[in-house]
Write a protein that binds this ligand. Structure first.
Ligand code: FCB
Length: 464
C-alpha cells in the first residue's frame, strides 16, 4: 500500500542546543545546570561523557546542514540555549551567541530547511538555578525576558517557535525521580515548578502574539497514553486516569484549553500540594493558549490500581495513585527499556481530534535509541539500521491513518539528526539518522535510515 502524506508535510528531525552544540573557548557561554552537574558529579553520566563536547554542532553546523539536505530535511528543530545567549540568565546578551544563532538560522534557510526554534530544552542557566530555578517566580520573568530577546533577534526569519520541550520532564527529573539537577524529591516543589513553567509559557506566548511577527508559537509535549490493565476494572481505570492527569493533561489542558484538569486539582488539593498562584495568573493562562502543538511520542504507560504498599518517598508522590503494570507480551526496545507501541501515536492524535478541538499539531519527536550500533556496520562503513526504518515506518502508518480520519497533523520530526548526547545516558543509546564517531574527530556518516529518510521526504510518503 502507498502511504502518501498531505501536501507540504514537514519532514525533518529534532535536536536541542545542549545536546549538540558543545562548549568552546571564547564562546562566552554561561553554565547551564548540565554543565554544572557534570563538573560536580561526572560519575552520574554514562562513561563519564559530559555536555561540553557533544556532537560539536557549534563548529560543524554548516557540514551538518548539508547532511540534513542530503537526508531530505525540509525542516529542523533545535533550541536556543538560554545560558549561551544570556550567560547570567538575565541581563547582558552574548554577542558571540547572537552571531552563532544568526548563522545557523541563515544557513538553514539558505538550504530551504525551515528552522523550528524551541526556547527551553531542560537547560536552566546555573545562575537562575541558584535563585531557585523554576521553583522561583523570578525565573518566570527572566525566561519571558529571554524569550522576548529571541523573538526580537530572530523572529524576522523564524516563524515556528516553541516555549518548552517536554516541560513535565524537568519536573519529574529535578523534583521527583532524580535524573535532572537538582535531583531532589519534593512533590510540593514539583507542582510549583510545573505551574511556573505553564505560566512562563503563557506569558511568552502573549509577548510573541503582541509582537505581530507573523509566525506561530506552540509547545512540545511528550504524551504518554495511559492504558489501564483492565478496562473493565474501575480501579485500574481510575489509576490510569490519575497518571494521565499528572503526566499528560497537566500540560496539555493548560496549553491547549488554558485550563487545569479538575481531577488533577482535586488530587493536588487532597494531598495539600497546590502551588502558589498570584492574582491574574489563571487569566494569563486562559488567554494565551498555543497555536501549534508538538507531540513527542516514544512509549505508552501501562497502569494498574495501586497494589504495592512500598512508598517511593516519605512525602506524597504521583505513584501513590497508581502502579506501573508490566503487561505480559508487550513489545520492548531491548536497548532502551522502553515499550514500542505504534498505535499509541494514533490514540494521541484521535484524542486531540476529539477532545482538544483538533488543534493543529505535528509529531515533534519519535525515534529509536539503540546501544552498540557499531555491530550493524557493513563493509562500506554504513550502519544498517533496518530496525529504525521499521520503527519510523510503523509509526507513520498510524499517523497516516489518523490524518485519513481528519487529524490536523502537519509534519513529522524524527529524533534525531546526528547521534547526540542524551543527558545522563550521554552517548549510550544512539538515535540519529547520521552516526557520529566520538573517537575520530566527530566524523559524520549517514546511516541506512538517513538514505531511507531522504526517499521518504522526497516521495512525501512510502510504500509498504
Ligand atoms: C526526549 C527528549 C530528547 C531526547 C529523547 C531521547 O525525551 O526530548 O531530548 O533525549 O528523549
Amino acid at each position: 500500500m502507498q502511504y502518501t502524506f498531505p501536501e507540504n508535510f514537514w519532514w525533518g528531525t529534532a535536536a536541542s542546543g545542549p545536546q549538540t552544540e558543545g562548549v568552546f573557548e571564547g564562546d562566552n557561554k554561561g553554565d547551564s545546570i548540565w554543565d554544572y552537574w557534570y563538573k560536580e558529579s561526572p560519575e552520574l553520566f554514562f562513561n563519564q561523557v559530559g555536555p561540553e563536547k557533544t556532537s560539536v554542532f557549534y563548529e560543524k553546523f554548516q557540514e551538518d546542514i548539508q547532511l540534513m539536505k542530503e537526508t531530505g530535511h525540509t525542516t529542523f528543530r533545535t533550541s536556543i540555549q538560554w545560558s549561551r545567549l544570556i550567560p547570567n540568565g538575565t541581563g547582558e546578551v552574548n554577542q558571540t551567541a547572537v552571531n552563532f544563532y544568526n548563522e545557523v538560522i541563515d544557513e538553514l534557510i539558505a538550504n530551504d530547511i525551515e528552522p523550528f526554534i524551541n526556547l527551553y530544552h531542560f537547560d536552566m542557566p546555573m545562575k537562575m538555578q541558584e535563585k531557585g530555578g523554576w521553583e522561583s517566580r523570578e525565573t518566570v520573568e527572566a525566561y519571558v525576558a529571554f524569550a522576548k530577546v529571541c523573538f526580537e533577534l530572530f523572529g524576522d526569519r523564524v516563524k515556528k517557535w516553541f516555549t518548552h520541550n517536554e516541560p513535565i520532564v524537568p519536573v519529574e527529573g529535578g523534583y521527583l525521580y532524580q535524573f535532572h539537577y537538582p535531583a531532589i524529591v519534593d512533590m510540593k516543589k514539583a507542582v510549583q515548578v510545573a505551574f511556573h513553567e505553564i505560566l512562563a509559557s503563557a506569558k511568552a506566548i502573549n509577548v510573541y502574539h503582541e509582537m505581530n511577527l507573523g509566525g506561530e508559537i506552540g509547545i512540545i509535549l511528550n504524551l504518554t497514553p495511559s492504558y489501564p490493565r483492565d478496562e473493565n476494572n474501575p480501579e485500574d481505570v481510575k489509576a490510569a486516569k490519575a497518571a494521565d492527569a499528572f503526566f499528560n493533561r497537566s500540560f496539555l489542558d493548560t496549553a491547549v484549553k488554558g485550563e487545569f484538569p479538575s481531577d488533577l486539582v482535586e488530587i493536588l488539593s487532597e494531598i495539600d500540594v497546590l502551588p502558589i498562584i498570584e492574582e491574574g495568573d489563571l487569566e494569563t493562562i486562559k488567554e494565551n493558549t498555543v497555536d501549534l502543538l508538538g507531540v513527542n511520542y516514544y512509549q505508552p504507560r501501562r497502569i494498574k490500581a495501586k497494589e504495592s504498599t512500598t512508598k517511593l518517598a516519605e512525602g506524597p508522590m504521583p505513584d501513590d495513585f497508581f502502579d506501573n503494570y508490566e503487561m505480559p507480551g508487550r513489545k520492548m526496545n531491548p536497548y532502551r527499556g522502553w515499550e514500542i507501541y505504534e498505535k499509541g501515536v494514533y490514540d494521541i492524535l484521535k484524542n486531540l481530534r476529539e477532545n482538544y478541538g483538533n488543534i493543529k499539531c505535528y509529531i515533534s519527536e519519535n525515534g529509536m535509541g539503540v546501544e552498540g550500533e557499531e555491530r550493524y556496520v557493513n563493509d562500506q562503513g554504513i550502519i544498517e539500521d533496518d530496525y529504525r526504518i521499521e520503527f519510523v515506518q510503523d509509526h507513520l502508518k498510524y499517523v497516516h491513518q489518523a490524518i485519513q480520519e481528519g487529524s490536523n497533523v502537519r509534519g513529522y520530526h524524527m529524533w534525531t539528526c546526528m547521534d547526540n548526547w542524551s543527558w545522563t545516558n550521554a552517548y549510550k543509546n544512539r538515535y540519529g539518522l547520521i552516526a557520529v564517531d566520538l573517537d575520530n574527530n566527530h566524523k559524520r556518516t549517514i546511516k541506512k535510515s538517513g538514505r531511507w529518510f531522504n526517499e521518504l521526504a522526497k516521495n512525501n510518503g512510502f510504500e509498504a
